[in-house]
Design a protein around this ligand. Structure first.
Ligand code: SAM
Length: 270
């Protein structure tokens, strides 16, 4: 790929989704975008980039941006955050929100739904303590494709074998041909919305808990700072933020501080 084409497509992806593509990742552009090029009758990546340069095709642009997202996810990913949510955060919220009886949880890059459904399974487990409470779980993602998959809640054998204890599979999923579908009661606990973290997040309202896991890793430092600052505006002073195992706020955002002894869990800074 010539350097002008590379600079154009890398710049476009950064502008539209925050994704940073380095020069050693040209193979990723090829493997993910050539199928999009062919689907739209452009044949080669160069021809697709030529079409994108002329502008005006928002659908094509959206498909290109979505094709470049990495959507890997699995149930109870890394375990620990979900343990902290159940054993520390939830008891804290049950006390601190006792008057209002309302908890709002946001999965800010929820991909195909494993993360919000893991949270929903935990809350279902705690249903007795939450009787009479209004609980909202909102899953958002840039990609409409993954959100459609999340809404359907259909997972392959491989996907349900990753991180999901067998008892939870049998209790909360029904087999549908080769696939497993998460039960309707859990599906109805999560609302999905298409949201780009680079856009204004104000319409989402305030969240007591935010999971923003394994998405900041794709952004540069400045974008990470901007996104974390925006997320902090959607949280009350005692809100709790969960990041992925390879992510941190240290040196990136002054709005959050690590919770002592709890890796990947952050409180708002004073
Ligand atoms: C690797 S998945 C993480 C899924 C889940 N949070 C987890 O940790 O298992 C990253 C997700 O971030 C989404 N994403 C990438 N850029 C985004 C942006 N600018 N705004 C919102 N979502 C974005 C992708 O579409 C993808 O589904």
């Amino acid at each position: 790929m010539n350097p002008w084409d590379f600079d154009f497509i890398a710049g476009l992806l950064k502008q539209k989704s925050g994704l940073i593509v380095s020069k050693d990742k040209v193979y990723l552009l090829e493997s993910r975008l050539v199928p999009v090029a062919r689907k739209h009758g452009h044949g080669t990546l160069e021809a697709l980039i030529g079409k994108l340069r002329t502008g005006g095709d928002d659908k094509l642009l959206r498909e290109v941006v979505e094709a470049m997202t990495t959507n890997e996810s699995f149930f109870f990913r890394d375990n620990k955050p979900f343990e902290v949510l159940q054993k520390e955060t939830l008891p804290f919220l049950l006390q601190s929100r006792a008057a209002r009886k309302q908890i709002r949880i946001w999965c800010a890059a929820c991909s195909t739904g494993q993360e919000p459904y893991s949270i929903a399974m935990i809350l279902k487990d705690e249903a007795a303590k939450l009787a009479g409470w209004k609980i909202e779980i909102v899953g958002t993602d840039l990609s409409t494709d993954v959100l459609d998959r999340a809404r359907n809640g259909l997972y392959s054998q491989f996907e349900v074998q990753r991180g999901l204890p067998i008892q939870l599979l049998l209790k909360n999923f029904a087999q549908k041909n080769e696939m497993w579908q998460i039960n309707a009661d859990l599906r109805s606990m999560v609302q999905y919305r298409q949201i780009n973290l680079l856009d204004d997040l104000g319409s989402l309202g305030q969240f007591d808990v935010v999971f923003c896991r394994n998405v900041l890793i794709y952004f540069d430092q400045q974008t990470k700072t901007q996104v974390l600052d925006k997320i902090s505006r959607q949280m009350p002073q005692d809100g709790v933020l969960f990041l992925g195992g390879a992510e941190t706020v240290l040196g990136i955002s002054e709005r959050f501080k690590p919770m002592p002894g709890q890796r990947g869990v952050y409180a708002m800074a004073a």
